[in-house]
Design a protein around this ligand. Structure first.
Ligand code: XMP
Length: 321
């Protein structure tokens, strides 16, 4: 019988066979796929696995802690965090074009991750690289090994030319819902296992305008409030994802307390979807919208207006950039 625990057991056995007494590296993104892949490998080879987590500074509130504290507590895994926040901010300074942002973030990510791999290789004989490739990724990209590597650029920066690794891909036969079930079975934190899709370039493509530390702080605070209220209202299951977007180059006049304000709007973009190819805007209850709006405008100093995106995909994409 193909139960969740038999999937996990079976994969742990396969990984142990593949890796033998070798060492493996796994990049963590904060998302479910890399976390579950890492947890399975950890079960199989213990402290011969080292995980690498790159903090590019474009994460949401709490995501680094979820990896550094909660994931490590749940798995006992060896973790190396690379704090690359300044490097990414420098590289992104003044850049407003969405595709240029993506290119810069992708490029810097690969560089930082490759350096971490080199540092590890210098310390020990790491022969294996763990990837959280899912079955739909394998099918989408044509099924071959090379094809899976293309997708891997998303999470771990792909394979550097000068470093040879053998791939370990324990999720290759699984769909997302199976991966989540395996994650729960392995005792991983709910915040990671149930996380909704979050783009690799992170908050970098949710600031409309140039990215800087202050704008990131503003967006992070607003996003945390929106997520908190949606979860409290029990709406996570209905929503595919809810980007929270800062219109950093737009200002509007408002009034708060005794004074006139001239702040930025925050956009809520809750969508319902099956696969992100098409999406509909989620009809959130007015009371929930009201709570989010009141809290964001009260608690986030730079924001004096909250607006709701009521566009389907198509014509609008899910993200604003
Ligand atoms: P769009 O905005 O194209 O998004 O409707 C569809 C899905 O893809 C995610 N997305 C990205 N994921 N890197 C990623 O890893 C990206 O550059 C990127 N852009 C969009 C988006 O969050 C949604 O789930």
């Amino acid at each position: 019988q193909w139960t969740t625990s038999s999937i996990a057991e079976d994969q742990v056995k396969r990984i142990a066979e593949q890796v033998g007494d070798g060492r493996a590296i796994c990049g963590l993104s904060g998302g479910v796929d890399s976390a579950v892949a890492a947890a399975l490998v950890q079960r199989a080879i213990g402290d011969r696995l080292t995980c690498v987590f790159v903090d590019h500074g474009l994460l949401r509130s709490g995501e680094r802690t979820q990896v550094e504290r909660d994931f490590v507590a749940a798995t006992g895994v060896n973790l190396v965090t690379v704090d690359a926040r300044e490097r990414f901010l420098d590289a992104l300074a003044g850049v407003t074009d969405p595709e240029e942002k993506r290119k810069i973030i992708g490029r810097e990510f690969i560089r930082v991750f490759e350096q971490a791999e080199r540092d590890l290789k210098a310390e020990g004989d790491y022969k294996f690289l763990v990837q959280g490739t899912l079955y739909p990724d394998v099918v989408e990209s044509g099924g071959g090994e090379g094809a899976a590597n293309i997708k891997s650029h998303h999470n771990v920066g792909g394979l550097p030319d000068d470093l040879q690794f053998e791939l370990v891909e324990p999720l290759r036969l699984l769909f997302k819902d199976e991966v989540r079930r395996v994650g729960l079975e392995l005792g991983l934190p709910e915040t990671i296992v149930q996380r909704q899709p979050f783009p690799g370039p992170g908050l970098g493509i949710r600031i409309i305008g140039a990215v800087d530390a202050e704008r990131l702080e503003t967006l992070r605070a607003a996003d945390a409030i929106a997520r908190e209220e949606l979860t409290a209202a029990g709406l996570d299951g209905e929503i595919w994802q809810c980007p929270v977007v800062l219109l950093a180059d737009v200002r509007s006049v408002g009034v708060q307390g005794d004074g006139r304000t001239y702040g930025h709007p925050i956009v809520l973009r809750p969508v319902s979807s099956e696969d992100a190819m098409t999406a509909d805007w989620t009809r959130l209850p007015y009371e929930v919208l009201e709570r989010i709006s009141t809290r964001i405008t009260n608690e986030v100093a730079e924001v004096n207006r909250v607006v709701l995106d009521v566009t389907s995909k198509p014509p609008g994409t899910i993200e604003w950039e």
